[in-house]
Design a protein around this ligand. Structure first.
Ligand SMILES: NC(=O)c1ccc[n+]([C@@H]2O[C@H](COP(=O)([O-])OP(=O)(O)OC[C@H]3O[C@@H](n4cnc5c(N)ncnc54)[C@H](OP(=O)(O)O)[C@@H]3O)[C@@H](O)[C@H]2O)c1
Length: 391
């Protein structure tokens, strides 16, 4: 820990503890809370090369460079959600007790499939959430904020209300099942308030295009990009791509920019009247898959470099169909028509924060960013907040 753990040292405003601060959404939450002047403590694990403190420093420095301003340093609590009490040392748990009034539990595994309940996504999403709840309870934290997903609705159709959770719905993958189980635990844990945020599919920054993860929209984009760079120009028509993935062009998908999701959550955690409710952080205007296919086509034809006929690595389309379609199989459960996410709670909370439109220029900017950094394999104009090329 990088701050004195003194009982009663909280003569300053209480801290908010945040998990998952090194991830895509988490790094934006760190930015928005620090910029708002909140005292922030981050529960972060070390990685193979870097301590938690070094990783957090990289996140804050990224924002200092981007915003061209200096920011206060969060308190760093090194821990792993897979461990009881998130693996926090006794000293750090005591510090939480004396200094924190709220925990924003944002960390999760985004692995879609896992049969072994002792492995991902179950380990972080279910066991890890139980550990976060235990930690908060032991530290007498009153307000638990939980980042869930709109897809706890599973395969439901029609309209899904923000107060709905388990209505016996089937799920599309283990990730959705695990996140639904986690949200249930949070709601039933008996905190003074439990506030739940349910984003739909998070895409990049609406202004810069930045992202560090490449799910959903970016999986389709990567498919088109790979096709163009390994096969040949002209093979990437949007409808052809969609047919290959197996989606209906009339289906609608709900995408939201990461900066907006973070802005609404940061506003909610600082608004006492917002506590205790569930918020669909979803776009009021979902995109049709026809639009998604058209954007992917335009993006790869503009930003990707097509395979040349004498490229020894050039493959035929059969190779592509055999290999990439099986890799994309895991996303099949997402390439389906979304229900209508009722968002009345979100509208009443954040009418001053309208969700930015995902128009063609915005989606193309995000696509350009992803293609330029080769979907995280190459650094691009902005370095990743994690301090390395995103993976
Ligand atoms: N991305 C989406 O489309 C989407 C949509 C709806 C909801 N959500 C929800 O939004 C939240 C943030 O997602 P994201 O897209 O920002 O994901 P992300 O970029 O993959 O970040 C996940 C974060 O969780 C941390 N984490 C995972 N397992 C951990 C563990 N065992 N101990 C400590 N930290 C751990 C990661 O730490 P490391 O850096 O150490 O790995 C990382 O900071 C999640 O709750 C997710 O379910 C995401």
């Amino acid at each position: 820990m990088n701050a004195a753990a003194l009982p009663g040292s909280s003569d300053t405003a209480p801290f908010i503890a945040v998990t998952g601060g090194t991830g895509l959404l988490g790094s934006y939450l760190v930015r928005d809370l620090l910029v708002a002047g909140r005292n922030v403590a981050l529960v972060v694990r070390r990685d193979r090369k870097r301590s938690a403190a070094t990783r957090v420093e990289a996140v804050v420095r990224h924002w200092e460079e981007t915003l061209e301003t200096s920011l206060p340093r969060p308190v760093v609590l090194e821990g792993d959600l897979a461990q009881p009490f998130c693996g926090l040392a006794e000293e750090d748990r005591q510090w939480l007790h004396w200094n924190c009034s709220a925990l924003l539990h944002n960390a999760a595994s985004l692995s879609f499939r896992g049969a072994d309940r002792a492995a991902e996504p179950w380990l972080t999403n279910v066991t890890g959430t139980a550990h976060a709840i235990d930690l908060a309870r032991a530290a007498d934290i009153e307000h638990f904020h939980h980042v869930s997903t709109a897809y706890v609705c599973g395969l439901r159709e029609g309209t899904v209300l923000e107060d709905d959770l388990d209505v016996g719905q089937p799920f599309g993958n283990d990730y959705e099942t695990s996140k639904c189980a986690a949200e249930k635990m949070v709601r039933e844990a008996g905190f003074e308030s439990a506030t739940v945020y349910r984003p739909s599919i998070i895409v990049g920054d609406s202004e810069t295009g930045y992202t560090s993860t490449y799910h959903g929209f970016f999986a389709g984009l990567r498919l088109g990009h790979t096709l163009l760079t390994r096969v040949a120009k002209g093979s990437t028509s949007g409808p052809a791509l969609l047919a290959l993935i197996g989606v209906n062009q009339a289906d609608r998908k709900n995408f939201v920019p990461v900066d907006w999701v973070s802005a609404v959550i940061a506003h909610a955690v600082q608004t006492p009247g917002a506590r205790g409710r569930t918020y669909h952080l979803t776009h009021p205007d979902p995109l049709s898959m026809r639009t998604v296919g058209r954007i992917i086509q335009e993006a790869v034809e503009t930003f990707s470099v097509a395979a040349s006929p004498d490229d020894p690595d050039r493959c035929d389309e059969r190779w592509f169909a055999d290999n990439l379609r099986s890799q994309l199989d895991v996303y099949q459960s997402y390439f389906r028509n979304d229900p209508v996410f009722d968002r009345r709670h979100t509208e009443s909370l954040a009418s001053h924060l309208p969700c930015p439109p995902l128009d063609d220029p915005t989606l193309l900017r995000m696509s350009q960013f992803a293609i330029e950094c080769d979907f995280g394999r190459r650094p691009t104009r902005a370095t990743s907040p994690s301090g390395v090329a995103a993976s």
